[in-house]
Design a protein around this ligand. Sequence first.
Ligand code: SDX
Length: 386
Amino acid sequence: MADNTTPTIMKGLEGVYFTETKICKVDGAKGRLWYRGYSIESLAKNSSFEEVSYLILYGSLPNVDALGAFRNKLVSCMALDGKLVDLIKGLNGKMAAMDILRTIVSAMPAFSEKKVFQNENDERIEEAIEIVGRICGIVATIGAVSKNGNYTGPDSTLGVAGNILYMLNGKKPDEKTSRMLDVMMLLHAEHSSNASTFCTIVAGSTLADIYSAITAGICALKGPLHGGADEKALDMMKAIGSPDNTEKYIEEALEGKKKIMGFGHRVYKAYDPRAKVIKAYLEDIQNGSTLEVQTFTAIALRAEKMMVEKLGETKGIWPNVDFFSGPVYTYIGIPKDLFTPLFAASRSPGWCAHMLEYWQDNKLIRPLDYYNGQLDIPYVPIEQRK
Ligand code: SDX
């Protein structure tokens, strides 16, 4: 390319392939998603967060013994060192839950018996398992400390989702809500090179350690254009207030060129298959739940109907994974400011797996930016400047 030609700028790296992977495929046109070749529909129906985490990290489904050992490792890593709990208590009320999570994850190496940045892949997977379990325990503890100031350690008879609810509430959850959270977590476990996973890989591509890379991922996930949309979508449902206000609110928002949180996607130009699974829960929780959950659910279903009619086929703007999560998490008893931290805990296997895969054939990530300013401007001493 001659110096004076402007290169093609791919803003937001839209449509750019930066690596190859065997972890996840997203077919945006058809609204399909596979983890290691298994469809998200079959995993949501048959699998668990623990089994999916094993699949994402190791590349194949475990047998009974391997799954049992993996699950026990994850659950045991949900137990937090007292000093880490004290750090969480010290930050409680001083900043958002997502900021506390980012800070505590940065401090995790201080409380890990393993030396950081293992060289061998199996050691790295061991480290990844510890990170996933620890983040799940940290998220539950952030919620528990905010709720009642207490720390409850994990119960070895429960799985990860069950323990998040047990550690959050101090009492064992019922099977139905525990399984609902388990599916929500596996639906969020991985999604190819989304902004937070890409951020994780960018940080790790400099050969920074995995804790630094995961912390970078948490920072990126926080934004409302990415993982933070789940909390914003519920804020919108609260602002709408009652189902009959839904259409007017959405109409005015669209007229004001506002983005409706929980809709649209850089890759999906069809219905997000994860949103379909979560939507099915709404129909399930609509009856017999609190008035608040019934209201959120009715608003969500009316908003979805209107948005799909107005922007689905015409603009390829469909519900994404974040839209229906709010009413379901509220039904399960997850407080709103824990939605995105829970997304981070759920996505930690995906972040770790992509980092380990990229390190197998590492290349520093350093794209170009096109300079279009002046050059060789004469330096004027300060006393001569106006
Ligand atoms: C996640 O990448 C992943 O895989 C992410 C994720 C994962 O699992 O990791 O799937 C999780 O982050 C899901 C997305 C959560 N974010 C939101 O719900 C926020 C609301 N959505 C939008 O901000 C938007 O759809 C993005 C950011 C998600 C994607 O936007 P793009 O690809 O950058 O496209 P764009 O913002 O340029 O929008 C293109 C057009 C614009 O209209 P025009 O200017 O062309 O007229 O579509 C419109 C936008 O205004 N549009 C929307 C809209 N999203 C896009 N209009 C109204 N409401 C929306 N939500």
